[in-house]
Write a protein that binds this ligand. Structure first.
Ligand code: CP
Ligand code: NVA
Length: 299
C-alpha cells in the first residue's frame, strides 16, 4: 500500500481534515495511558531549523502513544554532508515508520515523500506549515465551533503560515482577508486556486473588519534573520494591536503560531489579552499531531 503523506493541507481531503480535528479534540478530552497505538513504532524527525513546539509535540506524542521519536540534525547525519535526498529517504524509510522534516526548501520534503516507503510529514518549510494549521483549526473549533463561513484576517508577511492559511480557507471553507505589504504578498500560485475565498486589503483594520479570527506571525521568519531591520521598517504598519482587534467582531479570537515578538507583529496587550488563545493553540500541536500520526501510521 502506498503511504499517505502530509506535506501540505491539500494532501488530505476536507473530510479527512475535519475528522482529524474531531479526533484531536477527543484525544485531548480523554487521555488514556493504556491506549498505545504506536507501540514499537519509530518516528524520525529531521530538523534543519530550530524548534520548540514542533519537536516537543512530536516527541511527546510518540512517547504517549507507546512509540519512539529520533531527533536528527544535519550536523550529526550524512544529510549535512550532501548525501542525496533520494538515498536518505530510501534508507531512513527502511528503518522507521514515519518521517517528519523541518527544512528550508519545500522540494526537500516532496522529494523525501516521493522516495519514502513510509509517511512523510512537513514540520515546516519556507513554503508551508500545515501541522500548525491543524492545531489552529482545532483551537477555533474548541472555542467557537465550526469555522466554515467565518472570516479570518491574516496580518503581516505572506509567508509559510499565510500560505497554509490560504489552503485551510479552501479545505475548511472560511474567507481569508489578507493585509500584507505589496512586495510581501503570498505566492500567486497558492492564492489563485483559492478563488474568491481570498481578498487583499491595504490596512490591518480593513482586513480585520468584522473578522471572527485575527492571525499574525513574525515579520522575519527563520532564514531571514539578516532582513530583520529592513522588515521592521516595511512591516511597521502591519501590526496587530488594539485598533486591529477593535475592527474585528467583539468575540474575535487572536492566534499566533509562536514564537512571537511583542511590540513588532503584535502588541503585548493583544497577545496577553482576553481574546488571545495562543497557549491553547500551542498545546493543541500535541493533540492534533497525535491524531495525524495515528491517521498516517495506523492505516
Ligand atoms: N509554531 C512552531 O512551529 O513552533 P516551533 O518553531 O517552536 O516548532
Ligand atoms: N514563519 C515562521 C514560523 C515559525 C513557527 C518561520 O518560518 O520562522
Amino acid at each position: 500500500m502506498q503511504p499517505r503523506h502530509f506535506t501540505s493541507l491539500l494532501d488530505l481531503t476536507s473530510a479527512e481534515l475535519h475528522a482529524l480535528i474531531l479526533r484531536a479534540m477527543e484525544l485531548k478530552r480523554h487521555r488514556d495511558p493504556d491506549y498505545q497505538p504506536l507501540k514499537g513504532k519509530v518516528l524520525a524527525m529531521i530538523f534543519e531549523k530550530s524548534s520548540t513546539r514542533t519537536r516537543i509535540s512530536f516527541e511527546a506524542g510518540m512517547a504517549q502513544f507507546g512509540g519512539t521519536a529520533l531527533f536528527l540534525s544535519p550536523r550529526d547525519t550524512q544529510l549535512g554532508r550532501g548525501e542525496p535526498l533520494e538515498d536518505s529517504a530510501k534508507v531512513i524509510s527502511s528503518m522507521v515508520d514515519c518521517i517528519m522534516l523541518r527544512t528550508h526548501k519545500h522540494e526537500t520534503v516532496t522529494t523525501f515523500a516521493k522516495h519514502s516507503r513510509v509517511p512523510v510529514i512537513n514540520g515546516l518549510t519556507d513554503l508551508k506549515h500545515p501541522c500548525q494549521l491543524l492545531a489552529d483549526m482545532q483551537t477555533y473549533f474548541e472555542f467557537r465551533g465550526d469555522i466554515a463561513g467565518k472570516t479570518v484576517a491574516w496580518i503581516g508577511d505572506g509567508n509559510n503560515m499565510c500560505h497554509s492559511y490560504i489552503n485551510a480557507a479552501r479545505q475548511f471553507g472560511f474567507k481569508l482577508n489578507i493585509a500584507c505589504p505589496v512586495d510581501y504578498r503570498p505566492l500567486q500560485s497558492i492564492v489563485d486556486p483559492a478563488g474568491d475565498r481570498i481578498a487583499f486589503f491595504n490596512t490591518p483594520e480593513q482586513a480585520a473588519h468584522q473578522a471572527d479570527l485575527v492571525v499574525t506571525d513574525v515579520w522575519a521568519s527563520m532564514g531571514q534573520e539578516e532582513e530583520q531591520k529592513k522588515r521592521e521598517f516595511v512591516f511597521k504598519d502591519f501590526q496587530v494591536n488594539a485598533a486591529t482587534m477593535a475592527a474585528a467582531k467583539p468575540d474575535a479570537l487572536f492566534m499566533h503560531c509562536l514564537p512571537a515578538h511583542r511590540g513588532e507583529e503584535v502588541t503585548a496587550d493583544v497577545i496577553d489579552g482576553p481574546q488571545s488563545v495562543v497557549f491553547p493553540e500551542a498545546e493543541n500541536r500535541l493533540h492534533a499531531q497525535k491524531a495525524l500520526l495515528e491517521f498516517l501510521i495506523c492505516r
